[in-house]
Design a protein around this ligand. Structure first.
Ligand SMILES: NC(=O)c1ccc[n+]([C@@H]2O[C@H](COP(=O)([O-])OP(=O)(O)OC[C@H]3O[C@@H](n4cnc5c(N)ncnc54)[C@H](OP(=O)(O)O)[C@@H]3O)[C@@H](O)[C@H]2O)c1
Length: 263
């Protein structure tokens, strides 16, 4: 099926790794043009250099919590391609800590990343998306937004804030022809989990990655018994970006291998 994304210009934050990189690769395969955003220029360049269709990539470094830097990245992308049809607010990380062990500064940083990390991008892109006949936003979120975990206390709360805001934006931006949807991740095998595995090994853990991740999947009650991968998430994101999803807004899709136990 043609997803009707050929030549569409899509800005992806967190494009240098994991889900953002998989989304970038899938969009390029669909014929789209990608404005790839991340903070570390070296990592971004290395990731983009490994992709085909370099002429359809415009790489820009920006921290999504920095409003001015985001405005500049959006303007640069829209000017480079002459349009901006969609954005994927994906940049982020999680903070593994119980609320009693979380400093006020960490709480502010986490809310900043999850809320402004998306809102800065959507606000700057809004006039371009409104000018596009197929304006769309997809926010990468987490099942934690609906199913909080004590060991990820402030990340769960910040995720809930973003999910709530996404639904409001779905309503508010609909008259401008902009759709806003969310993809909620369960446990996905990306840089985040590889780093945690390295920590586990450095602390003396002796399981290999597959056994370690299967143990975590069982502990979290994942029906499919394994972590997901970035391509499995990218498929959901790219599907929601597609103009074929023209009647879907204010919605969310869970990509969690059946971990969802609550609505
Ligand atoms: N993997 C999971 O199990 C899981 C579960 C639930 C939710 N999520 C969420 O899904 C999204 C993608 O995660 P992932 O697993 O693909 O992560 P990842 O492999 O660690 O990649 C994160 C990407 O975001 C960029 N980034 C981080 N902070 C940024 C900032 N402030 N401004 C701009 N770019 C930033 C990173 O590049 P730089 O560091 O160079 O900026 C990198 O490109 C994140 O929002 C994450 O929290 C992941």
């Amino acid at each position: 099926m043609d997803l009707q994304l050929t030549d569409k210009a899509v800005l992806v934050t967190g494009a240098s790794s994991g889900v953002g990189l998989a989304v970038t690769r899938m969009l390029l395969a669909e014929g789209a043009r990608v404005i790839a955003v991340a903070r570390d220029p070296g990592r971004l360049d290395t990731a983009m250099a490994a992709l085909e269709d370099r002429d359809r990539i415009h790489a820009v470094t920006a921290d999504v919590t920095d409003r001015v830097a985001v405005e500049s990245a959006v303007a640069s992308g829209a000017e480079h391609f002459g349009a901006l049809d969609a954005v994927v607010c994906n940049a982020g990380r999680s903070l593994m800590a119980r609320i009693g062990d979380t400093s006020d500064e960490q709480i502010r940083e986490e809310l900043d990343l999850k809320v402004f990390g998306a809102w800065n991008v959507i606000r700057a892109a809004r006039p371009h998306l409104a000018a596009s006949p197929v304006g769309a936003v997809v926010n990468t979120n987490a099942i934690l937004a609906k199913q909080p975990e004590g060991r990820l206390a402030i990340t769960s709360a910040a995720r809930a804030a973003l999910l709530n805001l996404s639904r409001t934006l779905g309503e508010e931006l609909a008259p401008e022809g902009i759709r806003v949807n969310s993809v909620n991740l369960g446990l996905i095998d990306t840089g985040q989990w590889r780093r945690r595995f390295e920590t586990y090994r450095s602390e003396g853990g002796d399981l290999d990655y597959d056994a370690w991740s299967a143990e975590i999947a069982a502990d979290r009650g994942i029906s499919l018994g394994r972590f997901g991968n970035a391509d499995e998430v990218a498929f959901a994101i790219v599907s929601l970006l597609s103009p074929r999803a023209s009647y879907i807004t204010g919605a969310h899709v869970d990509v969690g291998g059946g971990v969802t136990r609550q609505p």
